[in-house]
Design a protein around this ligand. Sequence first.
Ligand SMILES: Cc1cc2nc3c(=O)[nH]c(=O)nc-3n(C[C@H](O)[C@H](O)[C@H](O)COP(=O)(O)O)c2cc1C
Length: 223
Amino acid sequence: MNVTEALATRMSCRAFLPTPVPESTVRAILDAARQAPSGGNLQPWHVHALAGAPLAELVARVKAAMPAHPRGEPPEYDIYPPELWEPYRSRRYKCGEDLYATIGVKREDKFGRLLQFARNFEFFGAPVGLFFCLDRRMGPPQWSDLGMYMQSVMLLAREHGLHTCAQEAWSAWHGTVGGFLGLPQELLLFSGMALGWRDESAPINRLRTDRASLAEIATLRGF
Ligand SMILES: Cc1cc2nc3c(=O)[nH]c(=O)nc-3n(C[C@H](O)[C@H](O)[C@H](O)COP(=O)(O)O)c2cc1C
């Protein structure tokens, strides 16, 4: 598989088979992703990988905490700016609508949407859960570095035949996750990521999101 194929076949997988991923594969992916670039070569990323009993225990802890705190814990960062503007607002809206349409959940079915959203906190059934953290004193450039590490993980996963779903949703449970992982106070939980084998029969995995055209996002001169 080349980079173009890895990019073209990566998608956010939201239903996985329970088939385990060998530790050696997870290590190989996280290890190779270290080659991601970062400003000043700070390499500001920290990653935790869970499988088996620890993964099940964390999922159970979050599930137990959910009824008392349906919205999770007070956020440490805004996932989106408070009032999204165009064209981003419409893109976000369409992404949500298209996602729920794959599983036949209507806009007014708040409970159905909530149920699907809660699947985030089971890593959509994936056998591996990853958590990506960075020092909370870091700024936007280092957050982008962390994103590059994450994208490297997602592309390498494709090379191993695996799929992923990045999950900012996990930031809503930063206290519970941080306590479970023993994160030092200075580390901020940015995102989770599900990793595993795609359930090819799951309707939710049929979603293919679109992209703005090159003309909308790129300006080329002098060629
Ligand atoms: C940093 C990051 C966090 C994300 N968090 C979530 C999440 O919490 N739950 C989810 O279902 N999808 C999440 N996504 C997936 C995006 O919705 C998805 O990447 C986008 O709609 C484009 O679709 P695609 O990944 O299938 O190409 C996240 C993606 C990124 C890059």
